[in-house]
Design a protein around this ligand. Sequence first.
Ligand SMILES: NC(=O)c1ccc[n+]([C@@H]2O[C@H](COP(=O)([O-])OP(=O)(O)OC[C@H]3O[C@@H](n4cnc5c(N)ncnc54)[C@H](O)[C@@H]3O)[C@@H](O)[C@H]2O)c1
Length: 391
Amino acid sequence: MSNLRLGIIGFGNMGSAHAAAIHGGQVEGMELSAVCDTAEVRLDICRQHYPDVRTLSDPSQLLESPDIDCVLIATPHRFHASLALEALRHHKHVLSEKPMDVRLSEAKKTAAAAKQSHLVYGIMFNQRTSPIFQRAREIVQKGELGTLKRSVWLITNWYRTQHYYDSGDWRATWGGEGGGVLLNQAPHNLDLWQWICGMPSHVRAFCDIARYHRIEVEDDATILTRYPSGATGMFVTSTGEYPGTNRLEISGTLGKIVLENGKLRHWKLLKPEEQVRYTSDESMARIPCDYSEQYFEEPESGHLQILRNFTAAILRGEPLLAPGVEGVQELTISNAAYLSAWTGNAEISLPMDTAKFDALLSEKIQNSNFRPSTSHSRLSQEYSERWQVNW
Ligand SMILES: NC(=O)c1ccc[n+]([C@@H]2O[C@H](COP(=O)([O-])OP(=O)(O)OC[C@H]3O[C@@H](n4cnc5c(N)ncnc54)[C@H](O)[C@@H]3O)[C@@H](O)[C@H]2O)c1
């Protein structure tokens, strides 16, 4: 079977790292045929490094090309869903960078089109390839923790300096990026959180704007969630703490797991807690439990695994590890968190009012400091360590 011909849209930090992997032959069955970027300076860099790859400045021209089978979208977030929708309309398979978009309303339109299309639509949630999160999901889904009581994710090790925020004019502005840590760094964890624990029914949030950096969006956020089962959750993230923490704790009627430093610790109660609560004749009974801990190595590169899985899904019908339509879930949590923060920290019930979110975001965009970009990223020739799971 001949190779899939891929077009990359957006040749910045991420797009150029994907280009290096594919052009370097690390994804069997896929070849890099074209690169599109609206910035001529990026196309010049591409031509210098990959003279055999066609370059284009108009995404529509790439999407209309009959000699392209699939596209990888690595532009700023606000173009992801609309470019994916246009690609699907041109019968191209799509792999989108995270998040699925800025607006849930846009993401839902693309998800609906993808479901009807019979095309492959994936999303780069590379942390789903991590065995520790896969095992945590298995434990929860198999009911080994019983009914969930609480999940708490302290994910504050997304440290970024002012230099990072100044490295692209679209970053950390309402007009250019559409949000801060919840929309750029935390989507990986918000996705894993819902992938492991399911979707909440209610979201409340506190988003601190420019707490640590000269930016106009949040660099610190706390989300409180409630679930249909009665469970509660808390998610805390920041780009301004050092050293940060990455610690996920999930407790249920049959025990608890804690993921930290690449280790999964598991307390399995030998009797369900409610049973002891109502039958014990001791006031503060100790419930016997089995304790185990397991250390997980991180995979070579989650990004490569997602690229290979996407290729296998197109060529051999293998299931996607991160279907694009599931990008709607974590975006629902972050859009609801913003809506809560913008409305006096109100509790938002899901499904949320996307029209209200869109109207409030548009107001922020009108007052945004965003100016179209003049600064440009460097060429990435490999996946950066800061994009992998960081303990
Ligand atoms: N999965 C991960 O681990 C990971 C890591 C980093 C970034 N990302 C995602 O990748 C995306 C890009 O981030 P980045 O750091 O590469 O940004 P970047 O600014 O380095 O690159 C974006 C590129 O897109 C180009 N561009 C802008 N609008 C365009 C359009 N309409 N059509 C074509 N090209 C356009 C820009 O000129 C730029 O070269 C973001 O959505 C980000 O969330 C994902």
